[in-house]
Ligand binder design. Structure first.
Ligand SMILES: NC(=O)c1ccc[n+]([C@@H]2O[C@H](COP(=O)([O-])OP(=O)(O)OC[C@H]3O[C@@H](n4cnc5c(N)ncnc54)[C@H](O)[C@@H]3O)[C@@H](O)[C@H]2O)c1
Length: 327
């Protein structure tokens, strides 16, 4: 039987979730909600679902099985709680919450209620990152670095606080590093402002549970120009090879230590390979897990870990010291 899906927040991310649910054989888009009536009506017209401007009214009126939370991060905690109270399966956009305390409270409640709870860390679903993960398997990792060159809002606003690039940008990179190389157990961070009112340049040294090390960098270089050049680069060095992933979904290159030639893998031209496609694939994988009653591909504990690691960046910067984390 098809699962009745509701999507809360019908902006950039919400419309992508809706596009993905429309393709899922086990999903029926039953309801959409946005405080902005134009956004709600747009989604209603496109997907033929009942529209609402108040998520509580939507939950009250509609018998749903699954909810996607695609509102701004400040609202994730309240909306997640309300959905958990109703035992709904939840797929929440990143970051899970604004604070570690809220993230931990949601983990406890989700465990109590035995509710499937996924978090959208879509980089894991880029074909080159999946290929890199295959190539790393069985190797001993020495080092991993991920750098995001991001265009960012230049000024703080209602939705953009001073720590925006930490909480909303670095969280993706932490999740990706954990996906490729396991748990991070210690970090040391420095932050800089380069002509902006928000932390624009983030440098984080990471120590992994498996003994390897890494760096996470979010860099504003060129950001004011809305550069269309690659926005992300990842490099993994193992005992057998070096692997470079260009621009999230473009290409992965392997440089084996023992051979002169390199191996390049790029997605087929017949495959959609833009950033949005990683979100579509992430939502589809989530719905497959709901159908199969298996654990979500990226679960609430992954979401909570990213919140904890992002808070550790801010704590490390404030105390000018390393932060150890229990795994
Ligand atoms: N995974 C990714 O790569 C990615 C990319 C962009 C955004 N996001 C995340 O997606 C979420 C939404 O971001 P966006 O870029 O789509 O923002 P957006 O502003 O385009 O859309 C958010 C929508 O939520 C609505 N909204 C706000 N509060 C609401 C409430 N209480 N009830 C119902 N609707 C409400 C707004 O009116 C707006 O239409 C954020 O958590 C963001 O971090 C993820």
């Amino acid at each position: 039987m098809k699962k009745r899906v509701g999507v809360i927040g019908c902006g950039w991310a919400g419309l992508l979730h809706l596009e993905a649910y429309q393709d899922c054989p086990n999903a029926e888009i039953a309801a959409v909600c946005d405080t902005d009536s134009a956004a709600a009506e747009h989604a209603q017209a496109r997907y033929g679902a009942k529209a609402s401007q108040d998520f509580k009214a939507m939950l009250e009126a509609e018998p749903l099985d699954v909810v996607s939370i695609c509102t701004g991060p400040d609202t994730h905690y309240e909306i997640s709680r309300a959905c958990l109270e109703r035992q709904l399966a939840i797929f929440c956009e990143k970051p899970l919450t604004r604070s570690v305390k809220e993230a931990q409270a949601l983990v406890r409640l989700a465990n109590e209620r035995q509710v499937p709870f996924g978090v959208n860390f879509n980089s894991r679903f880029s074909a080159p990152y999946q290929k890199a993960k295959q190539w790393v398997k069985g190797d001993r990792v020495h080092y991993i670095s991920v750098t995001l060159f991001e265009h960012v809002p230049l000024k703080p606003s209602l939705n953009v606080r001073e720590e925006f690039l930490v909480t909303d940008g670095a969280c993706h990179l932490f999740d990706l590093m954990r996906f490729l190389n396991g748990e991070i157990v210690e970090i040391y961070a420095t932050l800089a402002k380069r002509g902006l009112d928000i932390w624009s340049d983030i440098n984080v040294h990471c120590r992994f549970e498996n003994g390897s090390s890494g760096t996470l960098v979010v860099n504003f270089a060129g950001g004011e120009l809305e550069s269309q050049h690659p926005i992300e680069r990842a490099e993994i060095v193992t005992d057998r090879k070096r692997i470079v992933v260009d621009n999230i979904c473009e290409r992965v290159t392997m440089f084996p230590h023992a051979r002169e030639n390199r191996e390049v893998w790029e997605p087929s031209v017949f495959q959609r390979q833009d950033y949005q496609a990683t979100i579509l694939e992430s939502v589809r994988a989530w719905m497959r897990s709901v159908a199969e009653k298996s654990a979500p591909p990226v679960g609430i504990t992954d979401g909570a870990r990213a919140v904890t690691l992002c808070q550790a960046i801010l704590d490390s910067h404030r105390t000018h010291g390393p932060i150890k984390l229990t795994s």
